[in-house]
Design a protein around this ligand. Structure first.
Ligand code: GDP
Ligand code: IMO
Ligand code: MG
Length: 427
């Protein structure tokens, strides 16, 4: 049995989508198991660009089954818009090629309104969420009383009953926090959403049973991570995190497949660091260098269009993510973006209250105090976007990649030098 997992080791947007797309032809099933349409995974090949949010990158290959597993939160309207976009470009996707878990939870319009009210209440401490109702849907899942799962969603009588129970209570809570918020009507939501349910129904199955069968039949599974380790609800930079286990810790709970089945865990890192939204970021470059990285790397959010905060490579943070997830190797992405700098910095430790620290802090105020201790590496001038072998990289680019592997403590097996599928060095 071969199962591979692709996990972002930083704060998301490490180019997981590109790696998943590259590895898909070697697999039978691609599984997305957490998050929702807060994720934005860009895949490029043959001059075409695809921006995927809820659909696994496997959807671009008609040889594999794409599974949206139990841990995902699904906005049905966003899902259908995305599916229609893919269908118009690549043809229809039959239900047996795209399965949605009947245990997954559903996002409704009141989740967005609730989130807007919560974020507003935090004022300048706002988490800086994507405003897609992700956290509020997971909140309902954990709270249970207001949760509506896919299995309920596709049963019209159950959906109607649940909406009539939930919506009046949501209105009370949302209006108390924000009297300007819209007032929701259960029947209006029901009428709109039953039409979405009719289209989704053929795709909704018990994906856990399907995946267990696939394991028994020795099918090759590929797990597509979303977000990144430092956004993990339990292990990330709380409260500036997403609301699910976005490190490797979430694969088992989100898919129902034991992590014992996974025999290759690829940790994906950018050659530098980015973060969208609030929260401490020790290596952030709020200067011309950060601006240059943002422009060259086109570091603007896929989902919200927000400029991503950019900084030097933080090996304390990424190393923590790697250990948390138990990776076998690293994929270092967007190396080309760093061409042309005189010198580059890799943060190998923090100084906190005069102490050298290499354990990633558990408290956000400690992280906010962390001053990066850098290892300086000379830069390279050459354009590396055409390089296809490690041996052909400029010597300083090679040194830089080696230093990332050495400081984090895992071998680098993939280096990416451009967004296209073929701009990849596989060792
Ligand atoms: P994901 O969320 O982890 O899948 O990452 P995103 O798709 O949000 O962000 C990564 C961005 O970098 C996308 O726009 C990719 O097309 C782009 N990209 C991927 N690999 C490379 C690379 O090696 N070089 C450059 N310049 N861009 C890349
Ligand atoms: P991919 O899969 C980068 C960030 C948001 C915010 C925090 C909480 O493309 O790597 P949420 O809407 O999830 O409640 O927002 O998490 N965030 C991401 N940042 N990439 C992502 O996904 C992200 N998904 C959520 O910016 O700081
Ligand atoms: Mg992204």
């Amino acid at each position: 049995m071969t199962a591979t997992s692709v996990i972002g080791l930083q704060w998301g947007d490490e180019a997981k989508g590109k790696i998943v797309d590259l590895l898909t032809p070697e697999h039978d099933v691609v599984v997305r198991y957490l998050g929702g349409n807060n994720a934005g995974h860009t895949v490029k090949f043959d001059g075409e660009t695809y921006k995927l949010s809820l659909l696994p990158a496997g959807i671009l290959h008609n040889t594999v089954v794409s599974v949206i597993a139990t841990g995902v939160v699904i906005n049905p309207k966003a899902f259908l818009t995305e599916l229609d976009g893919i269908t118009s470009r690549r043809g229809a996707v039959p239900p047996e090629r795209l399965m949605i878990s009947d245990r997954a939870h559903v996002i409704f319009p009141y989740h967005m309104a609730e989130e807007a009210a919560f974020e507003k209440a935090r004022g300048c401490d706002a988490i800086g969420t994507t405003m897609r109702g992700i956290g509020t849907c997971y909140r309902d899942k954990a709270g249970r009383t207001h949760a509506i799962r896919m299995g309920d969603f596709i049963r019209p009588e159950t959906l109607k009953k649940r909406l009539h129970e939930v919506v009046p209570q949501k209105n009370i809570m949302i209006q108390a926090l924000n009297p300007d918020a819209p007032v929701f009507d259960a029947d209006t939501i029901f009428n709109e959403y039953t039409a979405y349910a009719d289209r989704l129904r053929p795709h909704v199955v018990d994906t856990t049973a399907f995946l267990h069968r696939a394991v028994r039949e020795n099918k090759k599974l590929l797990f597509e991570g979303a977000q990144g380790c430092l956004l993990d609800i339990d292990h990330g930079t709380f409260p500036y995190v997403t609301s699910s286990n976005s490190s490797g810790c979430g694969i088992h709970s989100g898919s129902g497949v034991s992590e014992r089945e996974i025999n290759r865990m690829i940790g994906v890192v950018k050659a530098y660091t980015t973060r969208v939204g609030g929260g401490a970021f020790p290596t952030e470059l709020d200067n011309e260098i950060g601006q240059r990285i943002r422009e060259v790397g086109r570091e603007y959010g896929t989902v919200t269009g927000r400029p991503r905060r950019c900084g030097w490579f933080d090996a304390v943070a990424a190393g923590y993510g790697a250990r948390l997830s138990g990776v076998d190797c690293l994929a270092v992405m967007l190396l080309d973006v760093l061409s042309g700098h005189e010198e580059l910095q890799i943060c190998e430790a923090y100084e906190i209250d005069g102490q050298r620290v290499t354990d990633f802090p558990s408290q956000i105020d400690e992280l906010a105090k962390a001053k990066p201790i850098y290892r300086t590496i000379a830069g390279w001038k050459e354009d590396i976007t055409g390089v296809r072998r490690l041996a052909d990289l400029p010597v300083n680019a090679r040194r830089y990649v080696d230093a990332i592997g050495e400081v984090i403590g895992y071998p680098v097996e993939i280096v990416s030098v451009g967004p296209d599928r073929d701009q990849t060095i596989l060792e």
